[in-house]
Design a binder for this molecule. Sequence first.
Ligand SMILES: Nc1ncnc2c1ncn2[C@@H]1O[C@H](COP(=O)(O)OP(=O)(O)OP(=O)(O)O)[C@@H](O)[C@H]1O
Ligand SMILES: [Mg+2]
Length: 588
Amino acid sequence: MSTTETKQKSIWRHLGPIIRKYWVRYLCGILILAAVDISQTIIPGITATVIDDLSSFTATAHTLLVALLQISALVAGITVGRYFWRFLIWGSARYLEQEVRDNLFAKYLELSADFHDVHKTGDLMALVTNDLEAVRQSLGDGLLMISDFFIMTTFTLIAMLRFNRSLTLLALIPLALIALIVTRAGPLVFKLFKRVQDAFSALTDYVEEAMTGMRIIKVFTREKDAARGLRAKAMDLQRRDIRLIKVWGLAGPLIDFLGAISVLVLLWYGGILATRGTFTIGGLVAFNTYIGMLAWPMTALGQAINLFQRGQASAARINEILDQSSTIQELPGAAPIERELRGDIVFEHVTFEREGHKILDDVSFHIASGERIGVIGPIGSGKTTIVSLLTRAYDPSAGKVLVDGVDVRQYRLKDLRRAIGVVTQDVFLFSDSLEENINVTDLPVSEKEIGEATKQSDIYNNISEFKDEFGTIVGERGVTLSGGEKQRVTIARAFLKKPRILVLDDALSAVDADTEKHILDNIAGFKSRPTTIVISNRISALRQMDRVLVLNAGRVAEEGTHGALLRKHGWYWRVFRRQLVEHKVEKE
Ligand SMILES: Nc1ncnc2c1ncn2[C@@H]1O[C@H](COP(=O)(O)OP(=O)(O)OP(=O)(O)O)[C@@H](O)[C@H]1O
Ligand SMILES: [Mg+2]
């Protein structure tokens, strides 16, 4: 998509429908804000009358009481009104933020692996935090300030003009300068602020990565470097913060200075008028208040512009993500699976390309329902990719993957993935209890079934020895478990699903040979006889399989039973001989 095309698309395309839901609240909020502003401009008028009456000795107890009551009523109204506009405008912005966050997160969940391959976690996190906050602020504070600017300026000016025209115009000159400074400094402040934000996210990224890699840092004794790295990032943030303060710190006093000039103009010219008898003391006092009241909307204008610019930049980033659609789509007419799948798998001339590189190259094979297949091959030969295509993390660039004779694209994703149980090569545990980590399905599962699955994956006894048994919390990403324990927990997770197709991707690497045999025997004993794919580089695991596929550089190099492959005297046979020797050495 070209940038011009993106630009032409409305910034409101995703926000608009959500804002529309809350427009009544927004409108009520702004109307109340207007009422509050008008009330504020009335009070100095009343005060002026009281002062003038007092100085000309025409005030009575009655007129004073009336003025007092009027002011009290207005102040009470202003207080209540302020509460409600805050509630309505800020509240709506919060609702809005929540909805956009829900939509964004749903998008993250929907988008397929290729999206997540290229987007950094830190960036995706920033979108649902910082960027979303910027959007919320522009639609809360920003909207509020801009409304306040227009309403407050208009009504204060009307009130001032009714007192004295020439004085109003004179006093306005310094205030107009404030508006000029603020709107001019705005873009610079925006730029500096953005740089602060960038440095801040770099810092958080760094801390996050350091915490995740804490074990590596310690074991390679890189603490000093890690601390130095943090210091560099923090210094950078500090430098940028200071730059921002320098600009903003200058603007603030300058604004106050110009406000004071306005008051000086008032005293000078208003004083002359007063001595001539064309202006009253009450008028002078009221004007002083009005000037004070105008200074805020001028600054608010600048801040509002600032907030809108930030909000716009963030909304654009959010929109870009919300515009995306998953490359993994169900074909139209994908129907729910009526009966259980049999688990018959066919790869038909499957090629999978990434950046011009063929990761799988014209791969074809057939795995019959209930068959147990071993897959072996050098590092990076495409073993895991086969699983990714089967579960539709990706779709092939050419060729077809069929399950039970039907293209996998014709199944509903949910049904397809429910039928396949995968133990991934990278073990992932949530920082939750063991039970929650094993039972990740949305189907009702009994305690007995969890017990069974953990026995079959040979982890039941270990868990029983833990203090809290199945309630044991495993720490972030399972740090409190050993590698072998983690692996077996994830195997139990796949077993519990009772899948029609079971895939173990290098899932036995951290367990000893006896446990490996035990678990494989258990799978062989499953009454449901799932189609089983065991990816492993250990011949001891593969020799128990019905058939073995040997992958090399994205192609099926050899294929056959363990015995047949040995007779071929090819790559498989060589690996077998090497492992036999290693095994013997181990025994000695
Ligand atoms: N999402 C991806 N984008 C680009 N290249 C990828 C992607 N996934 C894998 N690759 C590359 O494809 C090749 C095959 O990867 P794959 O994970 O299938 O290998 P493997 O046979 O499972 O290796 P291992 O034995 O190390 O697990 C590798 O060279 C890898 O770098
Ligand atoms: Mg792999």
